[in-house]
Design a protein around this ligand. Sequence first.
Ligand code: NAD
Length: 259
Amino acid sequence: MRLENRIALITGAGRGIGRAIAEQYGREGARVAVADLTPDSAQEVADVIEAAGGCALPLVMDVTDERAVDDGVAEIVRQWGGLDIALANAGVQHIEPVHKLSLENWRKVVSVHLDGAFLVTRAALAQMYAGGGGSMLYMGSVHSLEASPLKSPYVAAKHGMLGLCRAVAKEGAEHGVRSNIICPGFVRTPLVDKQIPEQARELGISEDAVIRDVMLKNTIDGAFTTVEDIAELAVHLAAFPSLALSGQSVVVSHGWHMQ
Ligand code: NAD
């Protein structure tokens, strides 16, 4: 097992990519704090991890709520004594051209990704610095590195998370903290399923055309990335043994984006 006895926090872990990573971390021997907006989803994932022989702690945590993030991290430390791995994964999407976008919708997307990543980072680093090191992880996107139309707040926020990841790599090194960002291409989760009809409507094309000509057009093989692909990379990055791998963006996108 690659994460034996490590203590991990994953935000937005009640479904989708975060859930798959939480379950994989559990199988790899980590104690996993499963944080999400609703108690039901966090509890369900924690139950699945424990039923498979792992150790999990469900947490209700809105990552835009400073108190909720600080209290959640304090609860992990109270129960398990520290924090080794923190993954800022919670995310939302909003499909609309920038000239029609309300300030409210801009702020909603930017706040979940960027305020959320900051608050999780600040709370986690306090524990990691005290404990002599750790691994900060961010769920970026190919949209941390390039843009698509109709997603301006998401693209801006994901670029911002790349900057935060790099800043944390520079500051964290002297405390033994590594910081890396995972940049997936399209993965079939509720976040993507919701935007297929929305993009079809905005672009005036069919849903099949959104998948084929928008989402997968520039991949090398016309395939979606899977939650299992992302979970495997998230284990690898968390388990990496030295500061040699820090400040990096790792793209998993079937070749949609090549760095
Ligand atoms: P998803 O919608 O399936 O899951 C997102 C989770 O985040 C949900 O459980 C939701 O409740 C939670 N969440 C939303 N707002 C929150 C908040 N304020 N506080 C705490 N939790 C909150 O989406 P997903 O596809 O699994 O996305 C997970 C991450 O991966 C996101 O950051 C997303 O931007 C990123 N990502 C997804 C894809 C993709 O194609 N699915 C590609 C690249 C990056």
